[in-house]
Design a protein around this ligand. Structure first.
Ligand code: NI
Length: 172
């Protein structure tokens, strides 16, 4: 496994639409493992999408379990290939950050509860409901696959975009 370079805004790859994975083969598995390792290498990071590493493929990995905002019941490590939201319910606003926008955090509007479907890291179908912080992390990562960043979702750059006090550093 290796830690991948994370692209930062305004890299043009972050604005592109990623392509669906046709088959979860060894190459895709390697990318997934590298994405997992990359996510865990950043303190406080709860998710990463393939396009943030310059691979325009529809893959996300999420793990909110070690974050202070994590609910006691969460799924731990989640890998979703070709994720699709098939249900959205409720509304919420929460503080979000992104490895590709390391200097900022924002108050972002999202839906509260989602049902997501796709494939897991072995190519097996998956489908589940989730809410709260985990739901928000998944929504954030799926939007990367369509070239959308959290700054596109804040209502006011003046009041809802804030400078980050502590940079997301390497290590724990
Ligand atoms: Ni992000």
């Amino acid at each position: 496994m290796s830690i991948l370079t994370v692209l930062t805004y305004p890299d043009s790859a972050l604005r592109k639409k990623s392509k669906p994975i046709v088959k979860v083969n060894a190459k895709v598995e390697k990318l997934i493992n590298d994405m997992i390792e990359t996510m865990y290498s950043f303190r406080g990071c709860v998710g990463i999408s393939a396009p943030q590493t310059g691979r325009l493929q529809r893959i996300i990995v999420v793990d909110v379990s070690k974050h202070k905002k994590a609910p006691p019941r969460n799924s731990g490590l989640i890998v979703i290939v070709n994720p699709v939201l098939i249900h959205r319910e409720g509304r919420t606003i929460s503080r979000e950050g992104c490895l590709s926008l390391p200097d900022y955090i924002g108050n972002v509007r999202r839906v509260e509860k989602i049902k997501v479907k796709g494939k897991d890291r072995y190519g097996k179908r998956l489908e589940f409901f989730t809410t709260g912080f985990e739901s928000i992390a998944i929504q954030h990562e799926i939007e990367h696959l369509n070239g959308v960043l959290f700054i596109d979702r804040i209502s006011s750059l003046k009041t809802d975009l804030l400078m980050r006090k502590r940079m997301p550093g390497k290590g724990k």
